[in-house]
Design a protein around this ligand. Structure first.
Ligand code: ZN
Length: 416
């Protein structure tokens, strides 16, 4: 229930259950996190208010305002899942696990929602298993087709799911990684899953986990594309309202901490013990309470103050400071903390589509990561902190030459 004091907070309608969402964190005016710009595009740049709230009914944590999906997942959407060796291995392992446990029938059918460049489905394809990917972002879908994969260039929703059911029959597995949390119209997704999934099939999705976001104060997991921040309790409530049941949860180390949720039709499978265990852990930590979320918001404000103070001091001392990893999540940090080219001269990134452009909102020039070792700075702000081990191993010469990394999760610190 909303207390009288909380009634003054901004409210919205829950996209999962229709209840009341109460705001606990405002990250200010933000651009589209993956919209890298050229100089002439700056005057037309799109901004929206990035704020987050908690549903008092189903405990789903979600953005207060929705960005139209066509603005986010467009022809030039620049994120390619295959860009990281760690993620390639993760998705090859995931595909093998799904094939072993869920695709044992005579002619199994695996569907992926948001298949990106095919990093998961290629393993399914190589195993000779029938598959279909949905991918509305033009160029990444092309990259998947170039691997020989079957891809529909549509959004997955009730109508498109029904078409696939009619042409291909029921799916044994419907999988999605870092996609379901992007989609405000969850009702259409779940009705689509209901239409397409076979009676014993599973809907498996992995997304950033609210419990990890709170534990690490990783507020940069909050951006336009991450509409929902899931917990086991909120996913359990969501599943139940569409005739499904949360039957397994698997904690994953990727992307700074995720959970892989497995949904089956209600009553079809006995839930694993770890479902109740994770929900008990969430309840003990107050994950879905305004008191805990307000504490998180205060910690986020402290990170902003500390990071700005550090960068301003280094700049005043004449140090050369750059950033590493022009990730979508870094847009939240740079814009919330006010980090532009005056504090960080450039950001290095491995994605060709981002290079030669400016970061969203704060307009820091993006340079190829291959140039980083040839012109070493004094400090590098590690925006891609979730790939810290991989990047620090690759760029070990930087620290050997006296350079230092700046990290801001779970608090601001320097690693030299
Ligand atoms: Zn709700």
């Amino acid at each position: 229930m909303i207390s009288p004091a909380d009634r003054a907070r901004p409210q919205a309608t829950c996209r999962a259950c229709g209840g009341t969402v109460v705001q606990f964190l405002d990250l200010g005016r933000q651009p589209l996190s993956d919209r890298f710009l050229t100089e002439p595009e700056i005057p037309q740049e799109y901004f929206f208010q990035l704020a987050v709230g908690l549903c008092e009914t189903c405990t789903m944590v979600q953005l207060m305002q929705e960005v139209p999906r066509e603005r986010m997942f467009h022809e030039d959407y620049p994120y390619y899942s295959s860009g990281s060796a760690v993620m390639q291995k993760h998705f090859a392992d995931t595909a093998r696990h799904l094939l072993e446990t869920e695709a044992g029938g005579p002619d199994p059918f695996v569907v992926e929602i948001g298949c990106n460049d095919g990093v998961m489905l290629r393993t399914v394809h190589e195993a000779g298993v029938r598959h279909l990917g949905f991918e509305p972002s033009g160029k990444v879908a092309e990259a998947a087709r170039a691997k020989g994969l079957r891809v529909r260039g549509d959004f997955f929703e009730e109508s498109t799911a029904r078409e696939v059911r009619a042409s291909d029959g029921p799916a044994d597995v419907i999988f999605a990684a870092n996609t379901i949390c992007h989609i405000p119209y969850l009702d259409s997704i779940l009705r689509g899953v209901d239409a397409l999934l076979g009676p014993d099939g599973v809907f498996v999705f992995e997304d950033p986990y609210l419990g990890d976001i709170l534990a690490k104060t990783s507020f940069d997991q909050i951006y336009d594309e991450h509409f929902f921040l899931f917990s086991a309790r909120s996913v359990q409530a969501l599943a139940a309202s569409f005739g499904f049941e949360l039957v397994d949860v698997d904690r994953l180390a990727v992307h700074g901490g995720e959970v892989r949720y497995t949904l089956a039709r209600a009553g079809a499978r006995r839930p694993a013990d770890r479902v109740a265990a994770l929900i008990a852990e969430e309840d003990a930590g107050g994950v879905a309470t305004l008191a805990r979320l307000d504490q998180f918001a205060a910690q986020v404000g402290r990170i902003r103050d500390d990071l700005r103070a550090l960068l301003e001091r280094l700049t005043a001392e004449g140090k050369r400071v750059v950033a590493y990893g022009a990730t979508a999540k870094s847009a939240t940090v740079a814009n919330f903390c006010g980090i532009g080219p005056d504090l960080v001269s450039r950001v290095y990134d491995t994605t060709p589509a981002k290079q030669g452009r400016l970061t969203p909102g704060t307009h820091i020039p993006v340079h190829p990561a291959s140039e980083f070792p040839t012109d070493p700075p004094d400090y590098a702000l590690l925006f891609a902190w979730n790939h810290a081990d991989e990047i620090m191993a690759k760029e070990q010469a930087f620290r050997q030459a006296g350079g230092a990394w700046i990290l801001y999760v779970p608090h601001v610190h320097v690693r030299d």
